[in-house]
Design a protein around this ligand. Structure first.
Ligand code: ASP
Length: 430
């Protein structure tokens, strides 16, 4: 970690403490207002639905503002790098299949677990109260769904936030910039710089999170009282449960089935990398440590130096788990029933959202809004989980990078780029 990153992670930690503090203050303020302030025009109209609502919404809109450009440029940039790597062929296709497959599996785990535990059930916030436009997901045919992947007008897709169409277009833009490299230097630089700009803007908006969280949470508690806390705890435990299942069942079983690696010894050796991701809440910041540790374990650096940064950009299984649970939680909180089609849509959009999530703190929350919108859930539900998100962000980042490492070992092993002797010497017999 260089100086700048160290400074950033320190700042982020300060920020997360501030967010947590404003969550607590928001809860206290909301409860005091709910139980001790006399109902009437001042409390209900001016304070709660006036000041609290407006400031909270300003913050939500700032977050929504980022989604389209952030997803577009982060995917175009990711594909651009994929395209100009020599190893693109075999390694690229295998690792991308692994990444997408495990992400879809992660969401299924999350949806299944959340449907059993049902966090947030019984709270029933009336959606009408929130004056938020709720688009129904509607029933559209399979052929229409497939046709809708391709935008007839990409600018229109960007303008109206059609996520899947935006992704298809950005993948093509990124790949072609890489392919036509010699004629595309300016455009390539623009994509890189726009990507950096959007990351910077995300950091900036997140700095306002303590203010946003205070007003959003205070409004929720002022309206609903303290029944909300229990639901938030059940949400948190469901996400943590999903993360554990993904780590211990999905990854370790895959590792044991495809390689000669002993999962327990692997986890012991890999633990410091997870700790690093946990404390920085950033897959990107963990890339160097991850590559180094895998190299010590016998993975050829040619493979890992391609698959690990790619994974830190597009493979976010922990994030997908949080998003799957959040969908069920928010649907329960607002008393909205999810259909089977909705669940399928969530599997698809959360996979895409995790591809579009950058490996830095809190971005998973922003791309969550796209998943919520895809099934017509109110985006402002995010407010409820935002205050406790930092700790989940840390945990899911640790799972995100474990997925990258697992995939890398399996792919390296399949291409004979994994030195098993070295692994046994360094890990099994260490
Ligand atoms: N912080 C996560 C990561 O870097 C991304 C997210 O879910 O916000 O892996």
């Amino acid at each position: 970690m260089d100086k700048k990153e160290k400074k950033q992670s320190k700042q982020r930690f300060g920020l997360s403490q501030k967010i947590f503090l404003s969550l607590i203050l928001g809860i206290v303020a909301g409860i005091l207002i709910h139980y001790f302030m006399p109902a009437g025009e001042f409390r209900d109209e001016i304070l709660v639905e006036g000041i609290f609502y407006t400031i909270g919404q300003l913050f939500i809109r700032l977050m929504q503002m980022l989604v389209v450009p952030l997803v577009f440029f982060s995917i175009a940039e990711g594909c651009r790098n994929l395209g100009d790597t020599e190893t693109l062929g075999k390694v690229g296709s295998r690792i991308v299949i692994f990444y997408l497959f495990t992400t879809a599996l992660a969401i299924i785990v999350a949806l299944a677990l959340a449907s059993i535990i049902n966090p947030g059930q019984g709270m029933n916030i009336n959606v009408g109260e929130n004056s938020f436009e709720v688009e129904g997901s509607g029933d559209i045919s399979l052929s229409e769904t497939i046709l809708n992947f391709i935008p007839t007008n990409p600018i229109g897709a960007l303008a109206s936030g059609e996520m899947i169409q935006i992704i298809v277009f950005s993948v093509l833009v990124g790949l072609l910039i890489a392919y036509m490299e010699d004629r595309m230097t300016t455009l390539g630089n623009i994509v890189t710089e726009m990507n950096d700009l959007m990351m910077g803007m995300t950091m900036w908006v997140m700095r306002l999170a303590p203010i946003g969280v205070f007003f959003l949470i205070a409004r929720t508690f002022a309206t609903l009282g303290y029944d909300v806390i229990l639901s938030m705890i059940s949400y948190m435990l469901t996400v943590l449960g999903g993360l554990l299942v993904q780590l211990l069942l999905v990854y370790m079983v895959l590792l044991a089935s495809f390689t000669r690696v002993n999962p327990i010894n692997f986890l012991k050796k890999f633990f410091p990398v997870m700790t690093f991701a946990f404390s920085t809440a950033s897959s990107s910041a963990t890339v160097p440590v991850n590559i180094k540790t895998l190299e010590e374990m016998g993975v050829d650096k040619k493979i890992s130096s391609f698959t690990i940064p790619l994974g830190a950009t597009i493979n976010m299984d922990g994030t997908a788990i949080m998003q799957g649970v959040a969908v069920v939680f928010i649907a329960n909180v607002y008393g909205i029933d999810l259909t089977m089609t909705d669940f399928m849509t969530v599997i698809l959009t959360a996979t895409i959202a995790s591809v579009g999530t950058a490996g830095i703190p809190s971005v998973g929350l922003i791309t969550l809004s796209m998943v919520l919108q895809s099934v017509g859930l109110p985006v402002e539900g995010i407010a409820m989980i935002m205050g406790i998100d930092r700790i989940l962000d840390m945990a899911r980042s640790a799972v995100n990078i474990s997925g990258d490492a697992t995939g890398t070992i399996i792919v390296a092993n399949s291409l004979k780029a994994f030195d098993v002797e070295k692994y046994i010497r360094r890990v099994e017999k260490a």
